[in-house]
Design a protein around this ligand. Structure first.
Ligand SMILES: NC(=O)N[C@@H](CC(=O)O)C(=O)O
Ligand SMILES: [Zn+2]
Ligand SMILES: [Zn+2]
Length: 429
């Protein structure tokens, strides 16, 4: 069956432009892009007043399967992805067991196939059990489908292990995604600063991230491996990455909607949904992260979707797990905070949500052109809505954005030519 997406504004970061166009989808691929297309018998998706963009790719999510299915599963997480406008996600390996064997990688891929929702690209563990000692059989993980390597959830404490990991990843032609926190400094439950002092909570200084980023940049330069820095949160990290890029180091970086929107003040009231690693920082850090997004230092926006069950979060602040959900609020936050906020234009925003993560992971995606796989997201930039944790479709509801008023909502998520979502419930426009 053919699908005609009619009357939308196409945002094409690969060509660096936006233009009015109909799009004809046939056999799961983009068949034509023309101002006016007539296709008798085709199913029509009215995109008037909406943006049609290459399918969004979230390169940092925790799907929790295998092992922690009470928090999320591949099926529930990819449903949340589709609701958030994402056609693909990269799944971090800190499951139980850790994705440190080809069997776990294949298991996740099989679950994704069964679910039939967003595409899932598994990330393989760098070290056995992500314990930071022996490297995994990286070649075998790659052959099973891993698109990158990471011990996310934990830093790789040993610089020698990191060096070897980068050398192997380089041979395999895939990036290492680094969770940059120096463990000797990252001992707190929130950012170390005025707010942590006032609340009497133990803090982790910005230096914990800066030190780890500096080390990994030096090792990336030494090994020539592509380093991707996960969840950048500090002014220092942005500055170090900017300088390294200028020197020609193979580094890319991501930040998250919570880190470009919230500060450590979100923790006031001991809000465990604002407890996350790396922690929410200061106004100056948020400003630096936004500058990094604007000038291209930060290539990617990823959610670090980290579901935790209510009973796990509803405990004393010190005891709550780190992490918050992000798949279903990302588009709204990017459009409200960054596009309406004047930080990014439409093309740059879509690049950071699609074209750039595709490039980082080496996926042939993130483009809209005849012949390309029809992974497309239709966004209603004018839809105003209020985040309601009760309306999230993912299994866990640990969002710090409950009650936020946002403008910008995914209208349809199209994967391989199949329409997976046409707008959610009532929105106030
Ligand atoms: N970000 C978090 O606070 N938590 C993540 C792990 C991680 O991304 O480091 C998780 O898996 O819960
Ligand atoms: Zn992490
Ligand atoms: Zn993570």
């Amino acid at each position: 069956m053919e699908l005609l997406i009619r009357g939308g504004t196409v945002v094409d970061p690969a060509a660096g432009r936006t233009f009015q166009s109909d799009i004809l989808v046939k056999d799961g691929r983009v068949a034509a892009l023309e101002k006016k297309i007539t296709a008798r018998g085709a199913r029509v998706l009215d995109a008037a007043g909406k943006l049609v963009v290459p399918g969004l790719i979230d390169m940092h999510v925790h799907l929790r399967e295998p092992g922690q299915e009470h928090k999320e599963t591949v099926a529930s997480g990819t449903l949340a992805a589709v609701h958030g406008g994402f056609t693909a996600v990269a799944a971090m390996p800190n499951t139980d067991p850790v994705a440190d064997t080809p069997g776990v990688i294949r298991y996740v891929l099989e679950k994704a196939r069964e679910a039939g929702r967003a595409r899932v690209y598994p990330v393989g563990a760098l070290t056995v059990g992500s314990r930071g000692r022996e490297l995994t059989e990286m070649g075998a993980l790659r052959a099973a489908g891993a698109v990158a390597f990471s011990d996310d959830g934990r830093p790789v404490a040993d610089a020698h292990v990191m060096r070897r990991a980068l050398e192997y990843a380089r041979m395999l032609g895939v990036p290492v995604i680094s969770h940059c926190e120096e463990p000797a400094l990252a001992v707190g439950v929130m950012h170390e600063g005025l707010v942590s002092t006032r609340l009497g909570l133990k803090g982790t200084p910005a230096a914990a991230e800066d030190v780890a980023v500096a080390r990994d940049l030096i090792l990336a330069e030494m090994t020539g491996c592509h380093l991707h820095v996960a969840h950048v949160t500090t002014a220092g990290a942005v500055r170090l990455i900017r300088e390294a890029k200028a020197r020609g180091v193979r580094v890319t970086a991501e930040t998250t909607p919570h880190h470009f929107t919230l500060t450590d003040r979100a923790v006031v009231g001991f809000n465990t949904n604002a407890k996350v690693n790396p922690p929410l920082r200061t106004d100056a850090d948020v400003a630096a992260v936004r500058e990094g997004l604007a000038d291209g230092t930060i290539d990617v926006i990823a959610t670090d979707h980290a579901p935790h069950a209510a009973h796990e979060k509803e405990v004393e602040f010190d005891l709550a797990p780190f992490g918050l959900v992000g798949l279903e609020t990302a588009v709204g936050l990017v459009f409200t905070e960054l596009v309406a906020g004047g930080v990014l234009d439409l093309v740059a925003a879509v690049a950071k949500l699609s074209t750039n993560p595709a490039r980082v992971l080496g996926l042939s995606a993130g483009v809209i052109e005849p012949g390309a796989v029809a992974d497309l997201t239709v966004i209603d930039p004018a839809a105003a809505w209020t985040v309601d944790r009760g309306e999230l479709v993912g299994k866990s509801k640990n969002t710090p954005f409950h009650g936020y008023r946002l403008k910008g909502l995914p209208h349809a998520t199209i994967i391989g030519g199949e329409v997976h979502l046409v707008a959610r419930g009532p929105t106030e426009s």
